[in-house]
Design a protein around this ligand. Structure first.
Ligand code: SAH
Length: 206
């Protein structure tokens, strides 16, 4: 299939990631008017002025997390629920936090309907993480942070890994991989990316 071929050509090699990308039907996560573009390698607009990330970036971030089948994952920025669905195919449990109730509720119904039953969708401020459900083996942030959120670092388990886009809102952002070892954080810069901003607080609905 063209979709997987594009991901392979761009360097995605992890078999579990490619299998998950193959199994999750992206057309159910995009707005009806975007279904024709569901398998193009591009970000697409969703409700509340947000976006569903480009498939390559979804696969790349997933691969960089070095996931294992027993892992519990925290995702910040549920959006459509697509990234959470991909993660849920590879790990034991996914908790995903979204600041828009509208998006969170739509994603919850969508994930349930499609049978992704190891995903828990939480409405809240992802800058605070999900302290009552911590620690997490892996954390993925899918909105751009201007600074590393300390609450998320605190909720990362020992030997945990976090991947997040860091940089100014609307400007050049870098995907960063953090690894926590005995309380120490090491930081590796990955690729340039463009994400919608990580904003404090839950959203006032439109
Ligand atoms: N992962 C999503 C795409 C995310 S777009 C998908 O697969 O479709 C980024 C999302 O992060 C948006 O839905 C936005 O509302 C959300 N977001 C931004 N700041 C947030 C915060 N502080 N807490 C939780 N969600 C946040």
């Amino acid at each position: 299939m063209e979709f997987l071929l594009t991901l392979r050509r761009r360097g995605i090699m992890d078999a579990a990631v490619l299998r998950a990308m193959d199994e999750v039907p992206r057309e159910y996560f995009v707005p009806t008017e975007q279904v024709g573009a569901a398998y193009a390698d591009q970000a697409l607009p969703i409700a509340c002025g947000q976006t569903i990330s480009q498939p390559y970036v979804v696969a790349y971030m997933t691969e960089r997390l070095d996931l294992g089948p027993k892992h519990r994952i925290l995702e910040i920025g549920t959006g459509s629920g697509y990234q959470a669905a991909i993660l849920s195919r590879i790990v034991r449990e996914v908790v995903t936090v979204e600041r828009y109730r509208t998006l969170a509720e739509a994603a919850r119904v969508r994930l349930q309907t499609l049978g992704f039953d190891n995903v828990q969708v939480v409405v809240g401020d992802g800058l605070k993480g999900a302290p009552d459900l911590a620690p997490f083996d892996r954390i993925m942030v899918t909105a751009a942070a201007e600074h590393i959120p300390q609450a998320l670092v605190n909720q990362l388990a020992n030997h945990g890994v976090m991947v997040l886009p860091l940089g100014p809102h609307g400007g050049a952002q870098t995907l960063v991989k953090l690894t926590k070892t005995d309380g120490e954080i090491s930081q590796e810069e990955l690729i340039g990316v463009r994400f919608v901003p990580l904003l404090a607080g839950t959203a006032r609905e439109l």
